[in-house]
Structures are given as structure tokens and as C-alpha cells.
Design a protein around this ligand. Structure first.
Ligand SMILES: Cc1ncc(C[n+]2csc(CCOP(=O)(O)OP(=O)(O)O)c2C)c(N)n1
Length: 727
């Protein structure tokens, strides 16, 4: 290790929070380490510190009542105490301008109060009352408030950081001068999504400040088992010259306020991202249920002497000569507010909702030029052109539609679906512009680092700034890298009251020859099992364009399953069956969600399928009809959530026999969902058990011989259909 780093480590390892952090902040940048004396802000400091004192008391008193409510069994869920963290939460929160955004972590009750959330709302939240910010949908501090620019918090740690980066991206997009403050616990810094977000923030030069609240414990895990860097501020060095680390005393509210204020200004004006480590101690158990016995008593005893409220009290009396009467008045004001809010919250009722099913999506939008079925005339274009055309139309009509993904801009995407869009929308000539790459601003078509969770997080945050992102996954398989944020955040925000969530996830899906286990995914059932996503799976060019138009215009998250095997199938080649070779009308149009298409009518059986399996289903039906002389109805679902069950049940009433087939592995596939609903709702119309033909329950194999065994081939559908008709 070069001496430079050895010295840096030695210096940082020697820092004693009880002696060395009193009035200085340590700055760690590409220039090295320096200790700086923090300059006080240019305002009436006496009044400022009195206000901070008020909010720290308001935090403590609110928390006292929360604990009592839990003890009395009136509050549900758990509460994670902010004891010891008040100076960090209040000081950092107070540094924000009204227009700035803030992403909370676990112990930031004080920041919420500074932003204007009332103890009333917080008590309603924890008691699951209707006036809580989630109106009974969630507990503790798991909520947000768009007016107060609080990003909705969820339990899964780390998720908030890429979302904060998305807000910061939106700020740059609109050329405004706001900034984003994101909190993180020391434990949360270990999770991969945090790295993804910090790297994205650095690469995209986003106006962000990150405060790591190092209270030295992540539940029962001490820092030593969590990381080995002498301070997490050191991590800043790995992200680039535009990221700097700071180490401060998190129990000193003035220090926090001044450092964060300065960092926010630098984020706005100098594009410097600050990672500020505020060193504190968690002075209570992880939650009320946690005894805290594993924290050595001597450690707590030492930190008790650094109590943030006592420290501020001392400063107010010694330095600003605030008298006892004034201090009592401040405390009394906080006490009164909490008491009144508590009394009011006890009168508030639980949520009054009749049908919870409707609240998972935003209200339906009716479009002007909706076309349900493909017309007879129009252009025969490839599936890829159909998708690309919808992207161009929507991006042209709405300047807030943006594309995010890996390799989508300069190279036009793995499947060239976004080819040329960088030129059209960002005026980038590539490769000519290679030599001025540091001057290029990708505003609408954004090449993202290889970081699926980070990309999705950025998309989410950008929606809060009124953007409508379309995320392209290189292959549907890689959406699994973004599961945490998609299923725990994207899917549930509308139900929790924090919609809209207008994001389209484009997923190149399905089996192709030799694509084997890692490039063949069928993502629909992964996401269908989490309520909150609409899912469409078009297989014709007509549906692809119309459904993508609908998806981009929709205010709920949409999984757009597209089939990579057919992107470039030439409509003139004869390889596409006539039923799927549908013309695309001129001009802008949408295909509505929740409408299946009957490809051909029949009376002896119904075959239901969707996506790439439609090709095999059509071929199998042709063979069976030719052999048996029977007529078979074929339904292409097109839309999986919502699904057109009316179309299915009407067809079954007519045919009394049904075969469902899809290309995914059998157990848990979407076909199985359809089968189970048919047995529940159409049982009395059936003359035979429902047949399901899907792929084998194995990983997707590679060799052609194994592929043949694995796939739900035409032959397998034919034999399933024959049995169905004979039953
Ligand atoms: C991704 C994830 N894994 C596990 C948990 C469970 N959990 C909740 S809080 C916590 C400890 C968090 O520690 P830290 O980030 O340091 O914050 P602190 O509690 O110290 O404020 C854990 C493990 C979680 N919420 N999210």
C-alpha cells in the first residue's frame, strides 16, 4: 500500500469522537484529509438554536407518547427510537430549503417534524388511523409526503438512496436549483443498492448529500462486523473527484446543521456530492422489543455524557445566555403540541374503505384513439419497429418521457430497439461525439451504469419530479437484480397513497434457440405474484405498439413483456402466421389493457395462450383441426393483469373444453393462474378437466436435444388437445 494511504488510515483510525470531533469536521477528498473549523451560517444564531432546541424536544416528547401508545396496546407495529440521533435528524432537516427533497432512514422522526409533519399525523400513522399519512396501510415512519418533499420510506434498507438519486436527476432535468438529502444507517451502507446509487449519483453528477447516521450498531451488529474502513466517509474516495467524505460529531446539532447546509449549497452550485458521517450512539434498543443488553454499559455511559439535547442546552445558556424562563417556554410549547395532537389522534377513526382491490392502481385513463382489434389495412412492420415507433411517438408528444437502461443510448440497445433515439432526442452524434464525451448531457435517452436496482430507483425518484421513465432491461432475466426495489417499493406505492408511479419496464423475454438459463426468462409470474403491477405480453406488432402506447400513458407501473425472438421477423417472410401478422394503423393509437383477442372462432375447444407460445398454439390447433375436423377457438390474452376473464368464460360456455398453454415452466407459471381461476369460476361449464401445457420444471437447457424435452412444443400441445377432445 502506498504510504499516502497508510498515513490516511492511521490518521482516521486515531480520531476519538470524544476529543477530536468537538468543533471540527474532517474532510476526506482527492486532496487528502483535512480538519476544518466549520463556519456558522449567516443568520441570527440565537434564534436558530432556540428553534433547533424546540424540534429536538418535540422529537423526544412525541417519541415518549409513541412508546406509551405501544405499551397501552393502542399503537400497532413497532417503533424504532431516535434517542441519541435527534441532533443529526433535526440539524440536517433544518438545513434543507423548502423545495429540497429528503429521503429518510429509520431514526429521523426529528427531520419529519422539522419538515412540518405533525405529531398528530405520526400518532395516527402508528395507530393505523385514517389521518395517518398512509391512511392505515403501513406502520411506523413508513410514509412520505410529496408536498413536504419527503420521499416515501419503506422498510427495506438501502432502497431510498437510488430513489433519492432519481429526485436529484429530476432536479437537473428541470434545471432547478434544489437538492436532495438522503439518510442512511451505518448498517444500510453494506447493501449493494447503496453502492449502485452512489456510483450513479457520481456519474450523473446529481445534486445530492448523503448523511450516514453512524450510531455504531445495526440492530445487534457492531461496526466491526459491518465494515472495516476507519470511517465510512472514506468510501467517498472511490466514487470520483466530485464526491467528498466528511466525518462529524452527530450529537452536535450546530455542527450537523452547518455541515449539511454547506454540503447542500455545494451540491447545488458546485456539483459536489458529500457523504457526511455523523457519529452518534443508539441510546436505546433497536426497537422497543429489543433489550439492548448486548451494548456494553460503559459505552452507553460515555455517550450519555454527549446527550444531544443537553449539549444544546449548555450552548444556549453558556454562549447565547438564553434564560431559564425562555427555555421553559420552548419546552412547554413542544409539550403542548404533543399533548393536543395526542388527544386529537385518539379521536380519529380507522380507515373507511369499501373495496381495497381498486386502490392498487391509479384511475383508468380513457384514450382518444383506442383500437381493440387490428384493422385490415395499415403497414406491415417488424415487432422491433412497432416498439421503437411507440417510443418515438410518446417521447415526441411528451417531453417528460425519458428512457433509462444499459447500453440504450450510444449503441442503440442490445436489440437495437432504441437505435437513433439519442440523436433524435438528445442531439448526440455518435461516435463523432466520443471526443467530447464529458460535454454530452444525456437528458432523454440515458445510458446507465450496470446497476439494475439503481436504475429502477432512479426511475422511481424521477417520477416525483413529473418524469415518465421507461426502463429497458437488457434481458428480462436481469430484472431479478432489481427485485428488492420493484416488489417492495414500486408495486405498493399507489396503494399506500403515494402514486402515481408511471414507469414502464420493458423486458426482452422468452426462449430463443441456445439462450439457455440466463437469457430466457418469463418474468410475468415473478411480478404477477406481487400485487401492484399491470402486465402485458403482446406478440403482434399491432399489439406491441398499441399496448406500449397505453403503458407509457398509464399512471401505474407496467411490466411490458416483449419477445426478443421476434424483434426482427420480417412480416413478408412467411414465418409469422397470418393471425399474428397484423397491420399497424397509421397515426397514434392505443390498445386497451384487459382485452383479450379471439384469433379464430371454434366450438369444440378453447386454446388460451399469450406471448411467444402463441406461435406453437396456432400451429398445434391447425394440425388437430386437420386431423379431427373439429373447430377450436384460439384466444391471445395480450394483457395478463388485468386479464380479460370475461372473454375466457364466454368462450368456455361455448366450447366446454379448454387448454391453457404458456412457454414458462409449469409450477407457478401464469398459465397456472388462469387454470385455477377457470376451475373456480367456470367449473360448471366444463365437460373435461382443464389441460395445462407448459415447459418442464427444470432450468432452461442449452443443447437442442434437451431443449426439445424442456419446451412446451407443438407436439405436446397436439397430444394435450387430442386427449382433451377425446375426454
Ligand atoms: C434490506 C434489509 N435487511 C434487513 C432489514 C432488517 N433491519 C431493520 S433495521 C436493521 C438494522 C439497521 O441498521 P442501520 O442501518 O445501522 O440503522 P440503525 O437501526 O442503526 O439506525 C435491520 C437489519 C431491513 N429492514 N432491510
Amino acid at each position: 500500500m502506498p504510504r499516502y494511504f497508510a498515513e490516511m488510515y492511521r490518521k482516521l483510525e486515531k480520531i476519538d469522537p470524544f476529543k477530536d470531533l468537538n468543533d471540527v469536521v474532517y474532510r476526506i477528498s482527492a486532496e487528502g484529509i483535512e480538519s476544518q473549523v466549520v463556519t456558522e451560517s449567516q443568520c441570527d444564531l440565537r434564534e436558530l438554536y432556540k428553534e433547533l432546541y424546540y424540534y429536538m424536544h418535540l422529537t423526544r416528547k412525541t417519541e415518549r407518547e409513541i412508546k406509551l401508545l405501544i405499551k397501552k396496546g393502542k399503537a400497532l407495529g413497532k417503533h424504532l427510537s431516535s434517542l441519541g440521533n435527534e441532533a443529526t435528524a433535526v440539524g440536517a432537516g433544518y438545513a434543507l430549503k423548502k423545495e429540497d427533497w429528503f429521503a429518510p432512514a429509520i431514526r429521523d422522526l426529528g427531520t419529519h417534524l422539522v419538515r412540518g409533519l405533525t405529531p398528530y399525523e405520526i400518532m395516527c400513522q402508528i395507530c393505523a388511523k385514517k389521518d395517518g399519512p398512509t391512511h392505515g396501510w403501513d406502520a411506523s415512519l413508513h410514509f412520505g409526503d410529496f408536498e413536504k418533499r419527503i420521499i416515501p420510506f419503506v422498510s427495506h434498507l438501502g432502497i431510498m438512496l437510488p430513489i433519492a438519486s432519481g429526485c436529484a436527476f429530476g432536479i437537473n432535468f428541470h434545471n432547478s436549483e434544489d437538492a436532495v438529502l438522503a439518510f442512511l444507517g451505518d448498517g444500510a451502507t453494506s447493501i449493494g443498492i447503496v453502492h449502485e446509487a452512489l456510483n450513479i449519483a457520481a456519474v450523473k453528477e446529481l445534486p445530492m448529500v448523503v448523511v450516514i447516521e453512524n450510531n455504531q450498531w445495526a440492530f445487534g451488529t457492531p461496526n466491526f462486523f459491518e465494515f472495516r474502513s476507519p470511517t465510512l466517509a472514506l468510501r467517498a474516495l472511490g466514487y470520483g473527484r466530485n464526491v467528498e467524505g466528511f466525518l462529524i460529531d452527530g450529537t452536535n446539532v450546530g455542527m450537523v446543521y452547518n455541515t449539511v447546509s454547506r454540503a447542500l449549497d455545494r451540491a447545488r452550485n458546485e456539483k459536489i456530492i458529500s457523504i457526511i458521517v455523523a457519529k452518534t450512539m443508539r441510546m436505546a434498543g433497536h426497537s422497543l422489543a429489543d433489550s439492548h443488553k448486548y451494548v456494553p454499559e460503559e459505552m452507553l455511559e460515555k455517550w450519555r455524557k454527549k446527550d444531544p439535547v443537553d449539549a444544546l442546552l449548555k450552548r444556549l445558556t453558556d454562549e447565547f445566555q438564553v434564560d431559564d424562563k425562555t427555555l421553559d417556554q420552548i419546552e412547554e410549547r413542544a409539550e403542548q403540541t404533543v399533548k393536543e395532537d395526542l388527544a386529537r389522534s385518539e379521536k380519529c377513526s380507522g380507515p373507511k374503505v369499501k373495496d381495497i382491490r381498486r386502490s392498487i392502481f391509479m384511475p383508468e385513463i380513457v384514450h382518444e384513439n383506442e383500437i381493440v382489434l387490428p384493422p385490415n389495412n395499415g403497414d406491415l412492420i417488424t415487432y422491433r419497429e412497432a416498439i421503437r415507433g411507440a417510443l418515438i411517438t410518446r417521447m415526441t408528444k411528451d417531453p417528460n418521457v425519458i428512457l433509462l437502461g444499459e447500453d440504450i443510448g450510444l449503441s442503440g440497445g442490445a436489440f437495437k430497439v432504441t437505435e437513433g433515439l439519442s440523436r433524435i432526442f438528445d442531439n448526440i452524434e455518435w461516435p463523432e461525439d466520443f471526443y467530447k464525451i464529458n460535454k454530452i448531457y444525456q437528458r432523454r435517452v440515458i445510458d446507465m451504469p450496470l446497476a439494475e436496482s439503481g436504475i429502477v430507483g432512479m426511475a422511481v425518484g424521477s417520477t416525483y419530479l413529473n418524469l415518465r421513465p421507461i426502463v429497458e432491461f437488457e434481458f428480462a432475466d436481469f430484472s431479478s437484480s432489481a427485485f428488492m426495489i420493484m416488489v417492495n417499493f414500486v408495486a405498493n406505492q399507489i396503494a399506500r397513497g403515494f402514486g402515481p408511479m408511471p414507469i414502464v419496464f420493458r423486458m426482452p423475454s422468452g426462449w430463443t434457440k441456445g439462450s439457455s438459463s440466463f437469457h430466457s426468462a418469463h418474468p410475468e409470474s415473478w411480478f404477477a405474484s406481487t400485487p401492484g403491477f399491470k402486465i402485458v405480453a403482446p406478440i403482434t406488432s399491432f399489439d406491441a405498439r398499441g399496448l406500449l402506447n397505453s403503458a407509457i400513458l398509464d399512471d401505474s407501473p407496467v411490466i411490458f413483456v416483449e419477445y426478443k425472438g421476434i424483434y426482427n421477423l420480417n412480416p413478408e417472410s412467411g414465418m409469422i402466421p397470418p393471425e399474428l401478422n397484423t397491420p399497424v394503423p397509421e397515426g397514434d393509437y392505443t390498445v386497451p389493457f384487459g382485452r383479450a383477442r379471439i384469433l379464430k372462432e371454434g366450438v369444440d375447444a378453447t386454446v388460451i395462450s399469450y406471448g411467444s407460445q402463441m406461435f406453437r398454439a396456432i400451429e398445434a390447433v391447425k394440425r388437430v383441426e386437420a386431423e379431427t375436423g373439429k373447430t377450436i377457438e384460439i384466444i391471445d390474452l395480450r394483457s395478463l393483469i388485468p386479464v380479460d376473464f370475461e372473454c375466457i368464460s364466454e368462450s368456455i360456455k361455448k366450447t366446454s373444453r379448454v387448454l391453457v398453454t404458456c412457454e414458462a415452466s409449469k409450477t407457478g407459471c401464469f398459465g397456472q393462474t388462469i387454470v385455477s381461476r377457470i376451475s373456480e369460476e367456470s367449473f360448471e361449464d366444463l365437460d373435461a378437466p382443464v389441460v395445462l401445457i407448459a415447459a418442464e420444471d427444470t432450468p432452461v437447457p442449452f443443447s437442442p436435444e434437451l431443449e426439445e424435452l424442456y419446451l412446451p412444443t407443438v407436439g405436446k400441445i397436439v397430444s394435450g388437445l387430442s386427449k382433451l377432445l377425446e375426454f
